[in-house]
Design a protein around this ligand. Structure first.
Ligand code: FPP
Length: 244
């Protein structure tokens, strides 16, 4: 088992993004409704957030609801939205105790009023915290993010010749947040699923067969340990990395 002691504190990713997958299959394994999986998924959210903050990770982004998730049965969508309200209500004080700042990315206008209000309250009440930033991706998709960035650039009247990668980055919902060095996906699926399409260009991808409700601190440490044993070349050759 990988423990905290196996992690090199000098080589931590600044930003870790997570696709929390497998709640439904985990529930099915236990002969329970899918919502039972989501409820247990909240424990994994708590474990991961705590582990990341303890290690000194600066940004943790969790894919909590994708633009495509609206296509699920209404009962499940409503339960997820209610679970978010309930979880935010319960956990904000814990975020404050741990000096964690809450943020959200996604098309938040389209969330149900109660969910949006709970989210905005959480963001407001943790805005003074200076430790880790926990970013919830809600009604988020990578293509939505790039599309809204293009719309906002055009609206600002910038001539096309002035559009650079940096300018696009500045208009994404992750403005001011460094790109994730590491993406973790649980449940044995090997996809990006329209997550941070632009921001993941150079990220290391880590896939684990563990279903999200069973994802815990050792599983998180294992992902970081794996990341720390990789060589990140950014298009260069090995020798250039070792001499830089
Ligand atoms: C994917 O599992 C999970 C989700 C779509 C929702 C994730 C939500 C939570 C963990 C709960 C609330 C979150 C926060 C941040 C408080 P799936 O349903 O796609 O699983 P399956 O692929 O096995 O069907």
């Amino acid at each position: 088992m990988i423990t905290k002691e196996h992690i090199d504190p000098a080589n931590l990713p600044k930003h870790i993004a997570v696709i929390m997958d497998g709640n439904g299959r985990w529930a099915k394994q236990h002969n329970k409704p899918r919502v039972f999986g989501h409820k247990n998924g909240v424990n994994a959210v708590r474990e991961t957030t705590e582990a990341a903050a303890e290690l000194g990770i600066k940004y943790l982004t969790l894919y909590a609801f994708s633009t495509e998730n609206w296509k699920r049965p209404a009962l499940e969508v409503n339960a997820l939205m209610a679970l978010l309200v309930e979880t935010l209500g319960k956990e904000i004080s814990r975020l404050n105790d741990n000096n964690i700042q809450l943020k959200a990315i996604g098309d938040l206008k389209k969330l149900p009023k109660r969910t949006r209000e709970a989210l905005l309250k959480g963001i407001e009440e943790t805005s003074g915290n200076t430790g880790m930033v926990l970013i919830l991706a809600l009604n988020y998709s990578g293509r939505w993010d790039i599309t809204q960035a293009v719309q906002s650039i055009i609206k600002s009247g910038v001539p096309s010749s002035d559009i650079t990668e940096e300018l696009i980055t500045e208009h994404l919902s992750t403005k001011g947040i460094p790109d994730p060095e590491l993406l973790i996906r649980s449940s044995g699926e090997f996809r990006i699923s329209n997550f941070l399409m632009w921001q993941l260009s150079y990220s290391e991808l880590y896939f684990t067969p563990v279903f999200w409700p069973e994802f815990d601190k050792p599983a998180f440490y294992a992902a970081i340990h794996d990341y720390q044993n990789r060589e990140r070349r950014f298009g260069m050759v090995s020798e250039q990395i070792s001499t830089s």
